[in-house]
Design a protein around this ligand. Structure first.
Ligand SMILES: [Zn+2]
Ligand SMILES: [Zn+2]
Length: 192
């Protein structure tokens, strides 16, 4: 893709986006209105809850991917670069298209394979090629690979809570690939 799909970060909270803001999203949704209750009910009906996933997965070095915010998998041992086998849709890390403000469904390994650029506080709000991410994030290894897709779990979560993420992140809902909406069973299976 040669078009410049601009992405920006709502960067006020970028540094602090972490488990805290995710949990806040879930806790807030317990309250008052019906949509929020429905949201919580959906969360409750997941066999493994997103907040548990977030907590359970934070082990090892605790660093999060600068784009999708998934935690490094390299574990607690000393490692030269932070690494993840499967990244998450970047919208979950607050990335949105610059023009449409829609949350991004692509994952980091695809984006570093593309000609797409990003900008955020770390690039001083200047466009920077994903391909050259290591100039900005030298301690991360994100290998370009178009064949890897997000996990069934995160596809399902993003599809199911698209509107809520958009609201929480002050963005527009993502254009979700239609089949992501039918992945509940696979998402649950993947957690067993
Ligand atoms: Zn990532
Ligand atoms: Zn690490």
């Amino acid at each position: 893709m040669s078009e410049k799909l601009g992405m920006e970060m709502a960067d006020k909270m970028r540094k602090s986006f972490s488990i805290k803001s995710s949990v806040k999203l879930l806790r807030q949704s317990k309250s008052q209105n019906k949509t929020q209750r429905d949201f919580q009910n959906k969360i409750d009906s997941l066999q493994t809850k997103p907040q548990d996933m977030l907590f359970n997965r934070v082990w090892g070095c605790g660093k999060q991917c600068p784009f999708c915010k998934a935690p490094c998998e390299a574990g607690g041992e000393v490692h030269a670069k932070h690494f993840l086998s499967v990244h998450r849709p970047e919208g979950l890390g607050r990335y949105r298209f610059d023009n449409s403000k829609k949350l991004v469904t692509d994952i980091c390994t695809s984006l570093v394979h593309s000609d797409i650029s990003f900008k955020c506080r770390d690039t001083k709000d200047q466009w920077h090629k994903y391909k050259e991410y290591s100039q900005i994030y030298p301690d991360w290894q994100i290998d370009p690979d178009r064949s890897i897709e997000a996990s069934a779990y995160w596809k399902y979560v993003m599809a199911e809570f698209n509107e809520q993420f958009a609201e929480e992140y002050d963005a527009k809902p993502a254009d979700i690939p239609p089949y992501w909406k039918n992945m509940k069973t696979q998402a649950e299976e993947s957690l067993k």
